[in-house]
Design a protein. Structure first.
Length: 337
């Protein structure tokens, strides 16, 4: 798939997720096979550009191209200025958020709430495309609600405005992440457009990725929640799409090493105190589906590791947990002793 001057290979993309797709996670997913990784959404209000959080979100040093940055807001010229600002700080693709269903975002008429005002959508897209010399992409949902599935109309507006690629999540805003994603709307959009279309929503296995691509005719798939605690899903999907064969799951030793590297990257990026705190949710995701331990044992691991207040202890507990899985030891019993 081509977005401006960038060839996206493989055609499997990490979705932007607030509080998740920070620089350490983006780099990890790219290392494990993602063809592109979008940043967390960055706010368009210039009053917040110099906060610690915003400065970290605009840190792209060492990230492989293309660097995709998502922006969110409601005022066309403010979004245009935010696009220029992020390009000045290393963004190579600007993505506009019209897909976030979060209440605090939609209450400010940003995210997927914008889909209710097609004239404003057009104004925003034209302003941002005109403001920067890099490709501008758009992420939307199928509509605000079941009675207002206007994604095909928004898609035509996007193509006319010069949007370089469109990602569509197969749910309406009022569904949030409940129920099942539908792909008929995405297929209709792809059939009507000449720009690349990216299918998003419930893509959690290689087989599902292949089925969605066949059903929709989309140019790529976008993976979000399924990558949490399972960043190797990108290489699994890419390999299956390329060969029709399934990769074996990573060994426990590889999972351990991936996770320890991820934790160290978080500690380095955020500093020890914040890094340890932020790492806790990732630890829960990595441990969540480990079949080698019972639900009780996994819960015990989370409870113990969440009390770790230093990087060294967090790493040591994590290493010992996975070493116990590898050796067949009862980690919970060892901790109790």
């Amino acid at each position: 798939m081509q977005i401006g001057p960038y060839r996206i290979e493989p055609n499997v993309i990490l979705a932007p997720m607030a509080g998740v797709t920070d620089k350490p996670f983006r780099q990890l997913c790219k290392q494990l096979g993602a063809g592109m990784a979008m940043s967390e959404m960055t706010i368009s209000d210039p009053r917040f550009w110099n906060t610690g959080k915003s400065l970290r979100r605009m840190d792209h040093d060492g990230e492989p191209a293309p660097v995709g940055v998502q922006i969110a807001g409601t005022v066309p010229q403010q979004l245009a200025a935010a696009a220029r600002h992020n390009v000045d700080h290393g963004a190579q693709i600007i993505d506009i958020n019209m897909g976030c269903p979060a209440k605090k975002v939609c209450n400010a008429w940003a995210g997927s709430a914008l889909m209710q005002d097609e004239a404003l959508v057009a104004d925003i897209l034209r302003a941002v495309v005109a403001a920067v010399d890099v490709p501008v992409t758009l992420k939307i949902r199928t509509g605000w609600c079941a009675a207002q599935r206007n994604a095909p109309a928004i898609a035509r507006i996007a193509e006319d405005a010069g949007i370089a690629a469109l990602a569509v999540h197969g749910r309406t805003r009022d569904q949030h992440y409940t129920g099942s994603a539908e792909y008929d709307t995405i297929a209709a959009i792809k059939a009507a457009l000449s720009i690349p279309v990216i299918a998003n929503g419930d893509i959690d296995t290689p087989d599902k990725a292949a089925r969605v691509l066949r059903h929709t005719g989309a140019d790529a798939v976008m993976v979000g929640r399924a990558a949490q605690g399972r960043p190797w899903i990108f290489r699994e999907i890419a390999h299956f799409l390329a060969t029709g064969a399934r990769l074996p799951p990573p060994s426990l030793a590889e999972v351990r090493d991936i996770l320890l590297g991820h934790l160290q990257a978080l500690h380095a990026f955020y500093g020890e105190t914040a890094g340890v705190r932020i790492a806790r949710k990732h630890l829960g995701w990595y441990a969540k589906d480990r079949p080698e331990h019972t639900v009780e044992q996994r819960a015990h691991f989370r409870a113990v590791v969440n009390r770790a207040d230093s990087a060294a202890l967090q790493l040591a507990l994590t290493r010992d947990y996975f070493d116990a899985l590898i050796d067949g030891r009862d980690w919970q019993a060892a901790q109790a002793a």
